[in-house]
Write a protein that binds this ligand. Structure first.
Ligand SMILES: *[C@@H]1O[C@H](CO)[C@@H](O)[C@H](O)[C@H]1NC(C)=O
Ligand SMILES: *[C@@H]1O[C@H](CO)[C@@H](O)[C@H](O)[C@H]1NC(C)=O
Ligand SMILES: *[C@@H]1O[C@H](CO)[C@@H](O)[C@H](O)[C@H]1NC(C)=O
Ligand SMILES: *[C@@H]1O[C@H](CO)[C@@H](O)[C@H](O)[C@H]1NC(C)=O
Ligand SMILES: *[C@@H]1O[C@H](CO)[C@@H](O)[C@H](O)[C@H]1NC(C)=O
Length: 471
């Protein structure tokens, strides 16, 4: 499917005569790209608009709404995000930031016929999902933070509690696992009905944390107890292509424990052909690849506490754009991630939990969004990561399904230093380069395709440059 190709970025310090204002290049590097050495397939980049964040987009005046949607999903002018994580509600209300459930009333027992209620909005997420479809997004991850209260040991959507019927957790009302599987399938069918195909389903969010908001506890064995019900239920509903995810743990290490429990209970393969191992990185940073045959997604992370910043680089803070570029690079090159999702795209308030600060009439964009855009706009779903080796820059390389080669190179170095790059060995027909830095937001910059097939370009100090070579 992907032809082998050997590319070599060669250090080519620019000649003083070729540049109007002579600069000092203190570093030059060679990045070798070997497309015959392949790694994981990329599914994309994304975010969630759960807990009513979506309504911030819904409620914007039309021109601002369109420009914000372009910023998020447009592959020409925006970030080209390719995955939306949709929250599956469990609340009895959609006031404030609550996500309402499709089954507000208990049918009385697990075997009784449920009454589902669909409001056609799903806390604003229907609108955002349909807009995403219109931009070509094909990957939709439905994720429940909790089952409805009546299916749980604590009879509450909040404060943890377990799904009735998993190992060690019994309820007087019975075993609600099948009812919860049916519920998730019904929710997916509502989305199919409005033109949004749910491709992945998750039934847990941070299952080690009994949060004061919607939350449900589980260990790996207990997750397996539910997967063993959900898989055959999906298959019976003609949804065998829907991948089950496990388990959106709070941190990489705890996700490893959940995976081990899932495996020892014999449920790993039941996640399905498109099943995923999913983790957040709040309590444990990105680590070694998980021991699994499934793809891995980093499904949620953000700087929850830092004061709002739009900076690319200021002090190396957790909310700065360049910090996020490094995170994405590490996820792709060290942790075998096939997807990387920020927490939310939009929110009000003075924190960095979002990429875009939205109020009633307008919005402000942080450089976090542009860090994502440098990867997401050109590395499209189905791309294969290939080897990129060399020192001095954090480069990664991806071959898209259309044969184009995308090479984001991050220079975290200090001082007014540029590395001049070139490569050889590919018969590309054109090259473009895009840069984000303190003063630029995915701006086109020069890159030269030599007659010998080499490409040369520069990566400025504290800059991220994405080279795109078209076949
Ligand atoms: C994306 O942006 C381009 C350039 O502004 C525009 O021509 C195109 O219509 C936009 N795509 C969508 C789906 O809105
Ligand atoms: C959703 O799936 C259905 C059935 O497989 C298919 O016909 C339809 O084209 C898909 N819609 C989108 C937007 O991909
Ligand atoms: C699944 O698809 C088959 C073949 O198209 C069809 O006969 C069956 O009714 C479908 N089942 C459901 C639950 O939709
Ligand atoms: C990376 O993930 C893929 C699945 O996408 C898996 O087949 C492969 O073994 C993983 N690589 C490593 C080094 O764990
Ligand atoms: C590039 O084209 C030349 C001349 O057609 C050919 O000899 C060479 O093998 C090609 N290189 C690659 C990497 O395809």
């Amino acid at each position: 499917m992907h032809f082998p190709l050997l590319l070599t970025f060669t250090a080519l310090p620019l000649l003083a005569s070729s540049t109007p204002e002579p600069r000092l290049y203190s570093r030059a590097t060679t990045i070798t790209i070997d497309t015959s050495k392949t790694y994981q397939e990329i599914d994309g980049f994304g975010f969630s608009e759960a807990f009513q964040r979506a309504n911030l987009i819904v409620n914007l005046p039309a021109p601002k709404q369109k420009s914000l949607l372009d910023l998020l999903f447009n592959t020409t002018s925006g970030a080209g995000f390719s995955i939306l994580r949709i929250g599956i509600g469990s609340s009895l209300t959609s006031d404030k930031d609550f996500m309402n459930t499709i089954e507000p009333k208990s049918p009385g027992s697990p075997s009784a016929t449920p009454t589902y209620v669909w409001d056609g909005k799903d806390s604003g997420q229907v609108f955002v999902a349909q807009q995403a479809v219109s931009y070509g997004v094909k990957t939709f991850y439905g994720n429940a933070w909790s089952a409805p209260a009546f299916m749980k040991t604590n009879d509450n959507e909040n404060n943890g509690g377990y799904l009735c019927g998993v190992s060690g957790e019994t309820c007087k009302s019975g075993d609600w696992r099948q009812a919860f599987a049916d519920y998730l399938i019904q929710w997916s069918k509502y989305y199919a009905g409005i033109g949004v195909n749910i491709t992945h389903l998750g039934f847990l969010n941070e299952p080690e944390n009994a949060a004061s908001y919607a939350s449900m506890l589980s260990n790996g064995q207990q997750a397996a107890d539910f997967v063993k019900i959900l898989r055959p239920a999906l298959d019976a509903a003609n949804m065998s292509s829907v991948g089950i995810t496990c388990c959106d743990s709070e941190g990489w290490g705890t996700q490893g424990s959940l995976l081990a429990g899932l495996k020892s209970a014999g449920a790993e393969s039941l996640l399905g052909t498109n099943g995923l191992i999913t983790s957040h990185t709040y309590t444990g940073a990105l680590g070694a690849p998980f021991a699994t045959t499934h793809k891995t997604w980093q499904t949620e992370y953000s700087d929850l506490d830092g004061a709002w910043t739009t900076a690319w680089y200021s002090s190396g803070g957790a909310g700065e754009g360049m910090t996020w570029a490094s995170q994405i690079h590490t996820a792709l090159t060290s942790s075998n991630c096939s997807a990387y999702l920020y927490w939310v795209a939009t929110q009000g308030g003075n924190t960095n939990e979002k990429m875009v600060l939205v109020d009633a009439t307008s919005y402000t964009v942080s450089k976090r969004l542009w860090a994502f855009a440098q990867y997401s706009r050109y590395i499209r779903p189905g791309a294969i990561r290939v080897a990129a080796t060399g020192s001095g820059l954090q480069c990664s390389a991806f071959v898209n399904l259309d044969g184009s080669l995308v090479v984001p190179c991050l220079n975290t170095g200090t001082g007014a230093v540029s590395a001049s790059l070139g490569f050889k060995g590919i018969n590309g027909t054109s090259v473009t380069a895009w840069v984000t830095s303190n003063t630029q937001e995915m701006v086109s910059q020069a890159a030269n395709l030599g007659s010998d097939g080499s490409v040369s370009g520069s990566v400025g100090a504290r800059s991220l440059v994405t080279f795109v070579l078209t076949k």
